[in-house]
Design a protein around this ligand. Structure first.
Ligand code: DGL
Length: 256
């Protein structure tokens, strides 16, 4: 039988935490596509993003049989998942959404949601926020300038400057976390800084990765017989960068 794959896509290292969440729980064949050439997605238009993702999915489909596509990226999910479903009606898509509902279900009443610029202005995201406000929960939306790119850089290059920029972003989050009781990470890149956000703000920090796992589980009708290490594909690949991605993924797994 031809091998079937679950394709994960993000603009970089962000979705690695999503992949790890599912990889550790489910025997499957995985492809991780890091579109680092087009990073960041957060400052693109939905039209451009749809064009980019259509090309990636079409190209991957030429070489691999896909079971489903996971947009391991809040920005792509909120802005283009519906268009992609229309373009590829035969493919199952799973998105990543800010875990606002999870926070609400856990009883949190004053939620700070961290998102990219593009996510912040998408109707899908705005509806999510408005519906939560209707039931009396306070939702504060914070667009953290270049946070995803700073994290991407810091993890790949680990330079003094990129680390300094991440620290500046973290300080902004700390300043905005007064009078709130939880922080929701509305961008998968931010998961890499989850521990530091928890320590700095002293609040509960939630991400949407477990929600993605539950969706994959619902849609996956037949698991693979065994787990194989993910295939890593980068749109801007050097041997060094690819090795870095694999290393980061292994570190996430080791810390779980
Ligand atoms: N990791 C992404 C997200 O969840 C995208 C970050 C970006 O490329 O701007 O939104």
């Amino acid at each position: 039988m031809e091998k079937e794959y679950i394709l994960f896509i993000d603009s970089g290292v962000g979705g690695l935490s999503t992949l790890a969440e599912i990889y550790q729980r489910l025997d499957e064949n995985y492809i991780y596509f890091a579109d680092n050439k087009n990073h960041p997605y957060g400052n693109k238009s939905p039209e451009k993003l749809c064009e980019i993702l259509t090309k990636i999915i079409t190209d991957v489909k030429c070489h691999y049989k896909l079971k489903m596509v996971v947009l391991a990226c809040n920005t792509a999910t909120t802005s283009v998942i519906d268009s992609l479903r229309e373009k590829f009606p035969e493919t199952a898509f799973i998105g990543t959404e800010p875990a606002i509902k999870l926070a609400e279900n856990l009883g949190y009443k004053r939620i700070l949601v961290l998102v990219t610029k593009l996510t912040s202005c998408q109707p899908k995201f705005k509806n999510l926020v408005e519906n939560t406000k209707k039931i009396g929960t306070i939702v504060k939306v914070l667009v953290v300038d270049k946070f995803a790119s700073n994290i991407e850089r810091n993890l790949i290059e680990n330079s003094f400057l990129s680390n300094f920029r991440v620290l500046k972003n973290l300080y902004t989050i700390k300043l905005n976390s007064k009078n709130i009781d939880s922080v929701v990470l509305g961008c998968t890149h931010y998961c890499h800084e989850k521990k530091r956000i928890e320590n700095l703000t002293g609040k509960t920090v939630l991400d949407g990765n477990f929600g993605v796992f539950k969706r994959v589980l619902t849609l996956d009708k037949q698991f693979a017989l065994s787990k194989s290490f993910p295939v890593f594909m980068l749109s801007n690949s050097s041997k060094f960068t690819k090795q870095k991605y694999v290393k980061i993924f292994n570190q996430i797994l080791a810390n779980k």
